[in-house]
Write a protein that binds this ligand. Structure first.
Ligand SMILES: [Zn+2]
Length: 314
């Protein structure tokens, strides 16, 4: 008599990609809707400017903002977390999970908006819309190491700095998915090219290494990236991304050494980065990638990191 062993994979979390159509572009900002036993959370709801789209996207799944229990923020950059305050105003029951170093800026976004205004002096409103404060009582402070529950689902919170000093990732081990925000760069679903996004102010390649290790040692089968969607081979993805990140840092350093001033250095870095992207992607996708994470911002973030490191070493 044959013995049949059957393993049933029980689906714990329903994960749905919500496309925020940032600035009218599909596949730019992805919010992840998580559902388990009637409980619902969103990983990174996106900026205030795409709130209407988010509402519509929820609507197509028969849901409204009032059906949400929680927001799981990977970090507080406006393209990820800007809509949080407006969502809480609409649904005061919402719990907003965020790393302790980001939390003060969610409660009072004035400093965050001040730095954003310096980066986008003319386009801030158009890009990110309204950024409202999140009341302190809605904030749930994370450090990494926590386990969050949603229905029968569990999410491990892992501290993953590098792109930002207050970045966390959420691991759903039952589904073998890691929601990594911007820790694994930009990779638009359907393409294999992975691009760094290194905006100011606190890019740190050393701590980023530890984050790669933390992701890989958990062996997820898939990564979920805000820009944009699922990536299916995490170990290869991280390997390629890490190499490119260091290459881009070297490109920034070279531009800074050889150019006469900061704006010439930025121009030379942007040209080199664009040339590299063009080797890998068709023209219209080049523009889409560049739109998703401005090359000027990546230069500024790397330049700041390199200067900080040089002054620490001297
Ligand atoms: Zn970011």
């Amino acid at each position: 008599m044959a013995v049949h062993l059957r393993y049933t994979a029980l689906r714990m979390t329903a994960i749905t990609t919500l496309d925020n159509h940032w600035m009218g572009h599909p596949r730019s900002i992805a919010a992840a809707l998580l559902e388990s036993e009637g409980h619902r959370a969103i990983v990174d709801p996106g900026p205030g400017s795409t709130l209407e789209t988010l509402r519509r996207q929820l609507g197509t799944h028969g849901l409204s903002v009032n059906d949400l229990d929680a927001l799981l923020l990977t970090h507080i950059h406006l393209d990820h977390a800007g809509a949080s305050g407006a969502l809480v105003r609409e649904n005061p029951q919402l719990a907003v999970y965020v790393h302790k170093n980001g939390a003060p800026h969610m409660a009072d976004p004035s400093k965050l908006l001040g730095s954003a205004l310096r980066l986008w002096p003319n386009e801030l409103q158009q890009l990110f819309g309204e950024t409202l404060p999140v009341p302190a009582e809605n904030l749930r402070i994370l450090e990494g190491g926590e386990t969050l529950s949603l229905g029968s689902s569990k999410f491990e919170v892992v501290y993953t700095p590098g792109h930002a000093s207050h970045h966390v990732s959420y691991f759903d081990h039952a589904e073998s998915v890691a929601f990594v925000g911007d820790t694994a760069g930009v990779r638009i679903e359907g393409h294999s090219y992975v691009m760094p996004a290194t905006p100011p102010p606190d890019v740190d390649l050393e701590s980023w290494e530890n984050s790669f290790t933390a992701i890989l040692e958990r062996k997820p089968e898939r990564l979920f990236l805000t820009h944009f969607g699922f990536s299916g081979n995490p170990s290869e993805h991280v390997l390629v991304f890490r190499e490119r990140l260091h290459k881009w840092a070297a490109m920034a350093a070279k531009s800074m050494r050889s150019a006469s001033d900061e704006s010439a250095a930025m121009a030379s870095f942007m040209a080199a980065a664009r040339a590299e992207i063009e080797e890998h992607l068709p023209a219209e996708e080049v523009e889409h990638y560049v739109f998703n994470a401005g090359l000027n911002l990546s230069f500024l973030g790397l330049a700041r990191y390199l200067r900080k490191r040089a002054s620490a070493a001297s």
